[in-house]
Design a protein around this ligand. Sequence first.
Ligand code: BGC
Length: 351
Amino acid sequence: MKKNGVISFLVVLSFALCFSNCINPMPIDLSTPFSSAHATPTPRAFGALAVQRGINLGNALDAPTPGEWGVSIQPCYFEAIRSAGFDSVRLPVRFSAHAAKSPPYTLDPTFVALVDETLQPALAAGLIVILDLHHYEEIMDDPAGQRQRFLAIWQQLAGHYQGAPENLYFEILNEPVKHLDAAAWNDLIAEVVPLIRLSNPQRVLIIGGADYNSISALDALQLPDDDRLVVTFHFYEPFKFTHQGAGWVQGSHEWNGTTWNGTDADKRLIEEHLDRAVAWSAQRQVPLLMGEFGSIITADPASRQRWTAFVARQAEKRNIPWLYWQFCSDFGVYDCQQQSWDTGLLQALIP
Ligand code: BGC
């Protein structure tokens, strides 16, 4: 009885501390390892990657400044995500906007504290968290000029999170593109993976191919000999359906009104893409993850549901774990203002 009372007190105290931290982020010393006091370390069998169905918390910490794109992650979202049946979240973070421009490229401790405060309730809710270096635009324009900075950012993050529970995974870089082509990307991978491994020998690392993490770029991907790597790809086919009217895709308003009807030809196109990814994975003996797939919120809802259900089931049929892009905002399945799910789309994801 007494023991239970003490445990309850400690649980309440740790949540109170977490919430007060969320309100007043304190600068932290980056040499202080991430505290996993609020996390639930669950043993994970890597052979069957623990992620099955997840969701991306996009447009929050990947915005140029936190909150600038209208999404601020609240601890209660993680309970909603967990209760809806998801087991994982991907947290895109624009660390490059919070690292000094000159050596030693120090990360802003206040921003890292905000990331910690965001992660802690997700880990405490029992979710797998994929920490993803997102929107590093400078490295796409100048891979050679950003090389040392990229490595310094990962060295700091790897040191900071080395004591975090094993259900924190690292994703090295979202969607290499432009000058960060396959050759330049392979060079960076060869350097950054051993660097992270110095402090995180066991942590699951996620890496995608060049060309926006496309399936077609997988063939050119070179990976170090490391049995705790997972390869991600992003899936938005047909692009004219998923990205109709997307503000960041030039000319996409001309695709407005594109539906996805699920004809045999529509389905075959998707199956062929996924089969190609599976064939690559079987040949290279590396587990796969569909780290992003989704459609824009302005597309016709019935088409979105059909497409989402079809892609998700086809991925599952091939044992490809997936993470939907995204929780709320422009491809969303949740209304953060109303705190309610788009139930039709949620059911398409998790029947
Ligand atoms: C980008 C987002 C975009 C999404 C779909 C993501 O990788 O970071 O900005 O909304 O892909 O295009």
